[in-house]
Design a protein around this ligand. Sequence first.
Ligand SMILES: [Fe+2]
Ligand SMILES: [Fe+2]
Length: 340
Amino acid sequence: MEKTKPLVLIVDDSRKNIDLLALRLRKEYQLGLAQNGQEALDYAEKQLPDLILLDVMMPEMDGYEVCTRLKAIPQTKDIPIIFLTAMSEKEDITRGFELGAVDYITKPFQTEEVKARVRTHLSLKEMREKLNAQNIILEQKVKEKTSQLQEMLQATLQTMAKTVETRDPYTAGHQQRVARFACAIAGKMGLSQDQIDAIRFAGILHDIGKIRTPVSILNRPGKLLEVEIEIIRIHPQVGYDILKDIPTPWPFAEFVLQHHERLDGSGYPNGLSDRDILPESKILTVADVTEALSSFRPYRPAPKIEAAIEEISINRGKYYAPDAVDACIELIKNENFKFK
Ligand SMILES: [Fe+2]
Ligand SMILES: [Fe+2]
């Protein structure tokens, strides 16, 4: 298939000059013609020529003005412009380049020079467009690969989470629900997508350390003994030890380590206080407590979401980050968030 000829717009107030150039270029190019600035702008916006040969000295709107306007329009700003002029003083040339022209040809024209410059700038434009198109394809591919990897990572983490949860049927799905709710809280608080992704991954596995808690403790109805509570309380540290070597852009092992810390320092395992707890962990904590208190457990009466809201409201600012608590309540009360 024959390639269509590039479209070159010639702008000059002198018909004689236009004819002269047209005669030299019409064999190789399709030509558009304009005899004043306004005509040139209208033509360029409609036809989007591949290159513009633009006279500088024209009545009403000169070539500099036409160039300035074309550069301000997104669709025409990348069209290469070659100025044509009888002026050859240095400042005129400099001004043309400053306005974004790619080249400058002084009258009277040498046919071969005009042809050579037009050809050069058209091939540069073509190369630029090819490069841009390749960049777009590459960016798209990187995006696809990244999202594939994220999906794979998420599926792997979910499988790990399920493995832990098979040991504790009462909390099956707890980590998944906490992850989903924590993401909703983070979104409400205006955290970046990157932070939300990190919170999702940490949420899915935040109780993975319970893999080391004996099943007899996990499944036992009734109040736990002090020693049993102590055993359960090592799970954030165990989770951290399991996750810390996974190479990720986010410190999600730390998020997991801190998910039972409280603002007033009464949490575990390290008794950290407000400013030492990561914001992502504070969100996980609120999501975790709210989900846990509103789900069935063998050792307490039927749960109610109101009990969860009461707990986080009473301890807002004491144990739990106020902004996370507010976002949590807003989601449940006003936006009808459901865990299932
Ligand atoms: Fe936990
Ligand atoms: Fe949990």
